[in-house]
Design a protein around this ligand. Sequence first.
Ligand SMILES: Cc1ncc(COP(=O)(O)O)c(C=O)c1O
Length: 400
Amino acid sequence: MENQFPEEKFSTQYRNIPVSFVRSILNAIGQQKMISFAGGLPNPSLFPVGELAESTRAVMAAHGGTVLQYAGSMGYYPLREWIANRYSAKYGMSITPEMVLITNGSQQAIDVISKLFINPGDGVILEKPSYLGAIQAMSAYLPDFREVDLEEDGANLAQIEELFLDEDIKLMYAVTNAQNPSGISYSAEKRKDLAMLLRKYNQFLLEDDPYNEICFDGEFPAPVKKFAPDHVAWTGSFSKMVAPGLRNGWVVLPPALVPHFDKVKQATDLHPNNLTQYVLHHYLVHNDLDEHLQRIRTKYAGMAECMVEMLKRYLPDEVHITQPTGGMFIWLTLPEGLRADELIHRTMERGVIFVPGNSFYTKGQGSNHIRLNFTNAEPDDIQKGVAIMAEEMKKLLCAV
Ligand SMILES: Cc1ncc(COP(=O)(O)O)c(C=O)c1O
């Protein structure tokens, strides 16, 4: 293509960032109408638009001059206090507002922690599969990724312990609730056992938890953070609870890490968006968040059930389907001979997209997996899309 920027100008760090499959495929198909199970977007019908409009009006009327001014880098104190109180009460933890820093989505917390910890070549433990956005954010700091198996109840602890013995490990990254992409949540026991390993080997975990409140049946168990508070940075996000466009997330840090995280954060973006922090806080204290969350859980649980039912009805019996207990994704494991990257070329021709599993691995594995998003498709489209996927799978299986 003409007019390309000269590649050699780019940094090694930049060049190490993998391309997002979803972004590139969405760019490639442009405006074409597709049935998409590929994205990871919350359902916009659940955004509290009217309530946020009212909160914006109230905040601007009461604090216009303040919210439009530069602000403190750690975030709006009342919002930090709200987060500290909610999660201290929810899990019986002792979180103070001083330990909570507001970030531009939890994605920024991943970047800041990576910038703070990772030298080129440092060992970083990832679940296999892992969240693509974290792989991208961390890759810019040139880590040596070490992957551990993700089992039905969380990551394989024996593999983690073996790696913890290796002294060049700097960090472990894990999504302990309704993981993106696999949907897996850690059992209560595994959380405690992982905390014990972190303490024993003096290792550090970035526990990324944006789906904490999107549990379909009751609540997820307490985070690893509870059992190893000085060895875990625990992130949260309002993206799935309220709306991602606000870009409000947070991290709960060990107190000793706060000034260091804050220094990196200041260098990155000075401070979080002041207006959306005030608006969000106003929304949280003037509305019933738990009622709102219940609506999200009920809707998503119904959508997940609909997709699982269609998958079971149409897909070949040999395909393994996870039953989501929360979050936004279903993870498929394909039988021998079926490759997700081959399948997507065929389904794309017929207007259906999903994310092939290899996007979620760092060493080229995962082509026998598929991630499906269930929060954004109508039942008719789910049926149509799954039927097309099934037909193409069967054709490929016949050709094996
Ligand atoms: C596991 C995980 N972490 C972090 C994020 C980023 O979320 P946020 O909007 O809070 O930046 C996502 C978004 O989908 C996610 O799935």
